[in-house]
Design a protein around this ligand. Structure first.
Ligand code: IVH
Length: 676
């Protein structure tokens, strides 16, 4: 076949395959057998192989996956990904309605006004939020929520989700973003777990975590095999003649998106309450998880009038279903030792079904909680599953307490190494002080050291660390840099290639910048952000080592606890030796020349308008920060404004103007994130 014919054929096959995909995954009405579908797909893939220059980024062959993303690019959201304020009762929902009416200047006592606010009721899908950008009808980028200001570019993985269109149909806008929730359908989740249990792998905790874990996988063909799905619920950035949200979603449906058929337009808040009541029970029959209902003011004009707080829109609210509860027997309490030596007591329960999974364990958090609940082995306890993975014990059924139940006595020695436990004033958890000799702490510290946000040595996973530790090859993080390929090869499951990858990964980590090294070495209480702040201020590790606690307090974000922890860390002879060896190995213990330059250009070419009252900074401080990072301040919102930095009690005029002009509105936290 010549190129011209191949091009035609590829076009035709792609269109045909996308239509079948749509029929199957969006409409749930298959129009072809799997066998025939695969045949067409193979034909397309063969042609694309033969003419690689004809392979389009929107080709249905992209859905198979296969490409590897080593590191997901961080991308700034065009519009911050806000969250919703939560409500838990009928009263909360009625309050919301009252606030909406007040905000719109409608009298709540005026019976006729009942019909004046229409609400869209949607299910609150329990997955991970995603923003999809389309340009001229083609999927250009898919970004996770991240911290709301910036997220990970997961486009390659998202393309494997069959219900997400790669090309749109009909009269779509030239450019827009659509947001929704990626989730793992229950039957898919159950199947995966059945298989995992069969091969002795730990089951996935719940569909939500399974979905977000899958999205971060490097190999997109594994993502494709996980059969994720996606409902879309919010269109942004397009000029619409539509009156409201509901109509817009109906349009989006025609462009090929999967929009939930369960959404409903309610004429008033009582109808919304009916919707909640219905789904509180009916949700268990759905093939996916939902943890609540979202109620949104339908009309765009009214939405604009109501506007946003710094964190969430005033025109929408999430109603969270009450968590399901069960009672079961507490069979024993075990104690886990974490990376930092913190001890977590864990309740081992008689297995009981709860919210679609079988619960066997629950966290008891710390000694105080055990004391407060007065929980004893043999008790029947009430277990609740909220949003978190690990269920919570919320109380004891004292009516079933056995006469001989013994009061729980908290352990005094580390279950792993026998060292006497300590508890610092003001801290909730006991901890094992044997940092260098307690195996889970030593291994945990190494796992943290190599993790993605730290030294990013992904060829050195938890299993390999365990193996190397057991073989006596690594006892601390500095030992990692002494590893030789010859030492690795005799280890089980360590082929030439993996040994080579491991050594290369270790070598590459020597380029990781200072702030991440500072985070990686695992000083208690020094998280990613604090490490960044400290690195920026001190510029080199030697300066930090020479600071006393008092001096450290001048660093942003560093309070007494952190200052003490840093100084204790460097006072330790063992730690100093390790740092010395890491220095010799060639790790970065200073900011690079570019990083050292005063200020930054993070806000270059951006103009800010500040309005309202802020919690963490004064307005002058914010202005200084903007200038320090190369941005400009302005007093009034105009077409040239890049961001409206909004605090509490923000001036309504400014807000309205910003919304009308499409100026991005951010809160203090997002701003702080922006400047890192
Ligand atoms: S609307 C500006 N609608 O719930 C508000 N969110 O805190 C945009 N979610 O992060 C959100 N189902 O990930 C909206 N039907 C729905 C939703 C939904 C689930 C998630 C979303 C968001 C969180 C709200």
């Amino acid at each position: 076949m010549d190129k011209h014919h191949a091009e035609e054929k590829i076009k035709q096959l792609s269109a045909e395959l996308e239509q079948h995909n749509y029929n199957y995954y969006v409409l749930d009405k298959p129009s072809i057998s799997d066998f025939e579908f695969d045949k067409l797909l193979e034909e397309l893939i063969a042609l694309e192989k033969q003419f690689p220059e004809l392979l389009l980024s929107t080709s249905p062959s992209q859905r198979v996956g296969g490409s590897i993303t080593k590191e997901f690019k961080t991308v700034k959201h065009t519009y911050p990904m806000l969250s919703l304020s939560n409500s838990y009762s009928k009263e909360d929902v009625l309050d919301f309605d009252r606030r909406v009416r007040e905000g719109l200047g409608l009298q709540s006592t005026d019976l006729f006004s009942l019909a004046q606010v229409n609400y869209v009721c949607e299910l609150k899908f329990d997955g991970l939020s995603i923003g999809l950008t389309y340009e001229n009808g083609e999927l250009k980028q898919a970004v996770t929520r991240g911290d709301g200001v910036q997220g990970d570019d997961v486009t390659t993985n998202v393309k494997t989700i069959k219900s997400i269109p790669l090309k749109l149909k009909g009269d779509f806008p030239a450019q827009f973003e659509i947001r929704g929730e990626i989730f793992m359908p229950r039957p898919v989740f159950d199947n995966i777990n059945k298989e995992r249990e069969e091969i002795g792998e730990t089951p996935l905790a719940n569909p939500r975590n399974a979905a977000s874990g899958t999205m971060k996988m490097q190999d997109s063909s594994v993502v494709a095999s996980r059969k994720l799905d996606c409902f879309l619920y919010n269109v942004l950035g397009a000029e619409f003649s539509d009156k409201g949200h509901f109509e817009t979603l109906q349009h989006a449906k025609r462009w090929g998106f999967k929009i939930s058929e369960h959404s409903k337009l309610a004429g008033n808040i009582n109808e919304a309450l009916d919707f909640i009541e219905h789904w509180d029970k009916a949700r268990f029959n759905l093939p996916f998880d939902t943890d609540g209902v979202v109620i949104k003011v339908n009309e765009f004009k009214q939405q604009t009038q109501l506007g946003f707080t710094a964190k969430s829109p005033r025109w929408a609210i999430a109603y969270k279903f009450k968590a399901e509860q069960v009672s079961t027997e507490l069979q024993s309490i075990s104690y886990q030792v974490g990376r930092t030596g913190a001890i977590t007591p864990v309740a081992n329960l008689k297995p009981v079904p709860l919210g679609g999974t079988t619960v066997k364990r629950a966290s008891l958090h710390n000694a105080d909680i055990i004391e407060k609940l007065d929980v004893r082995v043999g008790d029947f306890v009430f277990v609740e599953k909220g949003g978190e993975i690990i269920p919570k014990i919320i109380g004891v059924d004292f009516s079933k307490r056995k006469d001989d139940a013994q009061k729980t006595i908290y352990i005094t020695r580390c279950p792993e190494c026998g060292t006497e436990l300590k508890r610092e004033d003001g801290e909730a958890n006991h901890f094992c002080p044997n940092e260098t000799g307690c195996p889970p702490q030593v291994k945990g510290r190494m796992e943290h050291f190599v993790s993605r946000k730290a030294m990013n040595i992904d060829s050195l996973g938890a299993e390999t660390i365990e193996q190397l530790y057991n073989a006596g090859l690594i006892k601390n993080i500095a030992d990692i840099y002494d590893l030789k390929k010859e030492q690795l090869l005799p280890l089980e499951r360590m082929a030439e290639k993996s040994a080579q990858n491991l050594i290369e990964g270790i070598e590459a980590s020597k380029k990781i910048p200072f702030e991440r090294v500072l985070y990686a070495i695992g000083i208690r209480h020094v998280g990613e952000t604090t490490a960044k702040k400290i690195a920026k201020k001190v510029k080199s590790l030697q300066v930090l080592i020479n600071l006393n606690e008092e001096e450290m307090l001048h660093i942003d974000e560093v309070g007494e606890i952190i200052a003490k922890s840093v100084s204790v860390f460097f006072a330790d002879e063992e730690n100093r030796k390790i740092i010395e060896r890491l220095k010799v190995a060639g790790l970065q213990f200073e900011l690079s020349a570019e990083q050292q330059q005063a200020g930054s250009e993070k806000l270059k070419n951006l103009t800010f308008v500040i309005s309202g009252v802020f919690n963490k900074h004064s307005r002058d401080q914010l202005k200084e920060l903007i200038e320090f990072h190369g941005g400009k301040n302005s007093g009034s919102v105009s077409g040239k404004t890049s961001y409206l930095l909004a605090g509490e009690n923000i001036g309504p005029e400014k807000l309205k103007k910003a919304q009308n002009l499409g100026v991005k509105i951010i809160g203090e936290d997002e701003f702080v994130e922006m400047i890192g």
